[in-house]
Design a protein around this ligand. Structure first.
Ligand code: NI
Length: 167
C-alpha cells in the first residue's frame, strides 16, 4: 500500500472530468486500497480518484468515527434526489477552508463496488452531502466553486499564499 499525493486547489487537474471505469480489475482495487490509506491518514471522510490525479469515476467515503465503514463507488449516478440542505464542507484538496454549500437533502445513488457488483444506496444528512461532494470531484468540480466569485478569488489567493509558504 502507498500514500498518494493529493492535488491542491487551484490545481487545474482537479477540473478534469473523470471517465467511466470499463472494468473493475486488480489495478482498480489496488488504487482503492491506496486511496483508502491516503484518506484515513489525512484524515478525511471522502476521497475521489480525481484528487489523486487518476481521472476515472471512482470515489470512497467513510463517515464513521471508527473508520470501519469504507464505502466504494465506481461509476456512480444520482438516480433520485429531493430537498435542500446547507452544510459546512471542507476538502482535502482545499486545506483549512470550510464553507457552507447548499446540496440535496436526500440522494439515491447507483454505483458499482470494488468487486464490480451494482448497488443502490439511499443517503441523507451528512452522507448525502459527502456523496454529492465526491461526485462533483468526478465532474471536475471542487466544492468552493459553489460559492460566489468573490469568495473563490479570496480562497485561491489564500491557498496560493499558503502553498508558497510551505515550499
Ligand atoms: Ni473534496
Amino acid at each position: 500500500m502507498a500514500l498518494l499525493k493529493i492535488l491542491q486547489y487551484p490545481d487545474a487537474r482537479l477540473h478534469k472530468v473523470a471517465r467511466p471505469v470499463a472494468q473493475v480489475t486488480d489495478a482498480t482495487r489496488t488504487l482503492i486500497k491506496n486511496m483508502a490509506e491516503t484518506m484515513y491518514a489525512a484524515p478525511g471522510v471522502g476521497l475521489a480518484a480525481t484528487q489523486v490525479d487518476v481521472h476515472e469515476q471512482i470515489f470512497i467515503a467513510d463517515i464513521s468515527e471508527l473508520h470501519d465503514e469504507l464505502r466504494v463507488f465506481i461509476n456512480p449516478k444520482i438516480i433520485a434526489s429531493s430537498g435542500a440542505e446547507q452544510c459546512e464542507e471542507g476538502c482535502l484538496s482545499v486545506p483549512g477552508i470550510y464553507e457552507t454549500v447548499t446540496r440535496f437533502e436526500k440522494v439515491t445513488v447507483q454505483a458499482f463496488n470494488e468487486r464490480g457488483e451494482p448497488f443502490t444506496i439511499a443517503a441523507e444528512g451528512f452522507l448525502a452531502v459527502c456523496l454529492q461532494h465526491e461526485m462533483d470531484h468526478l465532474q471536475g468540480r471542487v466544492f468552493v466553486e459553489h460559492l460566489s466569485q468573490l469568495k473563490q478569488t479570496r480562497i485561491r489567493a489564500k491557498l496560493k499564499k499558503q502553498q508558497r509558504e510551505t515550499l
